[in-house]
Ligand binder design. Structure first.
Ligand SMILES: Cc1ncc(COP(=O)(O)O)c(C=O)c1O
Ligand SMILES: N[C@@H](CCOP(=O)(O)O)C(=O)O
Length: 548
């Protein structure tokens, strides 16, 4: 747990100081574009020039020697098979007027991923740009077969759902530098009862991104960011740790990945505004936890100032590296539907990096020929923290940050989202919609989901409440294939469920509460209670109303 305190000399570090944007010094890529025999047999993929790509099995038939671990095994195979393909990625200014997949031009402002830079020269957001023409040397069938071949295996690093798409994430990173907990590959759950009984829907799905190592989708981006930091430290860059402001999930993910890599983590948390389960995660993982008497937006301002003065690397999604990992959830959804495109994907939004990450993942699949169109995106916000919703309702005319009020969806209690421009771009380019949910709507939606066997978090409740509204108004049709993105595990937010089921919430009827019955421990009392329940089956705890 020991962490180095910043020394006086390091205090002068300034990540915004002038730097070379030359990325020619990058190491050559050693690409593991190898497909196991079963995939090779069925794979008819060719490069756009008609050549057969250099496909060889990823998963060796022979067991590795007993004294070799999976990282060493990957290193040995990499060195033995230096299949080089010129894939590369770099930072460019995020620009709503450019396609995300411009053919890279040397004239554009750009930075190597090995630089510490979070903002463009004009102070705008950055984006990770991939060399799309190099990726296009392989057709859609090739990429599908490659990605499909890696699911369910433990080969380093492809056993991770994120790193199974390494060529599209950080193609140049050495597998040896990767810090992975084999995140991703989360289940896509058919929400049969919620869909059918409540909404008359046949094809409703929940992408369980919260069933993950630290209990939220943040693991997907954090493996990428911490891996790159690990690389920078190995290259000798003066980084003393990684820091973030957080509403509880980013901090949990950062702390876990930093602990796994033995890198110090610094987390800035808004005091008394995150759940106990979230607070204890960075504490347990040995991070430096600063509890600040301000809201998330205040913490965000402070971490930005601190990371521009100290050699602490910024881990919030302002840093576009994070979104490269998060976008793999979109690719995974397509993969789980055998590369068929759903009609709608609903994502709860706060700091607004994730809605853009989903757009980018879908759009990359379209651009590279894996699918021919992308789904319509819905961003769902809590009405108590709804700056994007207000912006959408104004016809995208004015964006005004808000002071976010308290919400049970505490991880999205954000009034001044850093990725507002990315979110607007994603929604405009996916024919998207923004919806909002009141506290009662989100808590009731969460409770109804739980009654059908889920254990949803309040943010998933926001997305489900948005779905209910869009079904009621007929915007989403009953046969539309719809995916709700569940962003965190419900166990992190048990306090909100306890409050709901105890009917402790002021001005909220808590219609679906199911408090326990206190019964004397004797046979007669127990029988009386059970007979009362059995007589009145129609009011059983698990009955759902019909909303549509
Ligand atoms: C559980 C949960 N859901 C949704 C979000 C929203 O994601 P984003 O900030 O990328 O919009 C967050 C974090 O903000 C979160 O922690
Ligand atoms: N919900 C987030 C808020 C910060 O978002 P980020 O994606 O910018 O890190 C959290 O859990 O901290």
């Amino acid at each position: 747990m020991a962490a180095t305190t910043a020394t006086a000399s390091l205090l002068t570090f300034n990540p915004h100081s002038s730097r070379s944007s030359d990325s020619n010094h990058r190491p050559r890529l050693f690409l593991h574009n190898k497909i196991p025999p079963r995939a090779v047999v069925s794979c008819t993929a060719t490069t756009s020039s008609g050549d057969t790509p250099p496909l060889t099995p990823t998963h060796a038939k022979n067991r590795r020697p007993a004294d070799e671990n999976i990282r060493e095994e990957a290193r040995r195979k990499q060195n033995n098979h230096p299949a080089t393909v010129g894939l590369s990625s770099r930072y460019v200014p995020f620009s709503p007027s450019h396609s995300v997949f411009e053919i890279p031009s040397s004239n554009r402002e750009h930075y190597s991923l090995d630089e510490v830079v979070y903002r463009s020269r004009s102070g705008g957001l950055l984006d990770v740009e991939h060399d799309i023409s190099a990726l296009k040397k392989y057709d859609g069938k090739y990429w599908k077969a490659l990605f499909d071949s890696r699911v369910g295996h433990t080969t380093w690093p492809y056993g991770s759902g994120v790193w199974s798409k390494k060529e599209w994430v950080l193609p140049e990173i050495d597998s040896d530098h990767i810090v992975s907990l084999f995140e991703g590959n989360s289940n896509l759950f058919w929400a049969e009862r919620f869909g059918k009984e409540l909404l008359g829907m046949n094809d409703l799905w929940v992408k369980q991104c919260g069933i993950s190592h630290t209990g939220s989708f943040k693991d997907l981006g954090m493996t990428v960011l911490v891996s790159q930091v690990n690389r920078l430290i190995k290259l000798g860059r003066p980084i003393v740790g990684v820091g973030c402001a957080s509403t509880g999930d980013t901090s949990a993910a950062l702390s876990a990945y930093c602990a796994a890599a033995s890198i110090p983590a610094f987390v800035f948390l808004p005091a008394d505004r995150i759940s106990i389960a979230q607070l204890v995660q960075p504490i347990a993982n040995g991070a430096y936890v600063l509890s600040l008497d301000t809201d998330f937006d205040g913490c965000m301002r402070l971490i930005r100032e601190v990371t521009s003065e100290l050699p602490i690397y910024l881990a919030n999604s302002l840093n576009s590296l994070r979104l490269e990992g998060q976008k793999t959830a979109a690719i995974e959804i397509l993969q789980q539907f055998d590369w068929e495109v759903p009609d709608w994907v609903i994502v709860p939004g706060g700091n607004l990096g994730n809605i853009y990450a989903f757009y980018k993942g879908f759009e990359m699949c379209r651009e590279l020929g894996l699918v021919d169109h992308i789904p319509r995106l819905v961003c769902a916000q809590a009405a108590n923290a709804n700056p994007l919703y207000l912006h959408y309702k104004s016809g995208w005319n004015d964006f005004n940050p808000v002071i976010a009020s308290t919400t049970y969806a505490s991880a999205i209690q954000i009034g001044d989202p850093v990725s507002i421009d990315r979110a607007v771009f994603a929604l405009k380019n996916s024919n998207g919609i923004v919806e909002e949910a009141t506290e009662e709507e989100l808590m009731d939606a969460m409770a109804m989901a739980d009654l059908t066997g889920m254990f949803a978090c309040p943010h998933t409740g926001v997305a489900l409440a948005a779905l209910i509204k869009l079904r009621e108004t007929g915007v989403i049709g009953k046969n539309d294939r719809t995916v709700v993105v569940s962003t965190a595990h419900g166990l992190k937010f048990a306090q909100s469920k306890v409050a709901y089921h105890s009917k402790e919430i002021a001005d909220m009827p808590c219609k679906f509460s199911n408090p326990p019955v206190n019964v004397k421990p004797d046979f007669g009392s127990v029988m009386d209670v059970l007979q009362g329940i059995l007589k009145n089956k129609s009011t059983s705890a698990s009955s759902l109303p019909t909303m549509v």
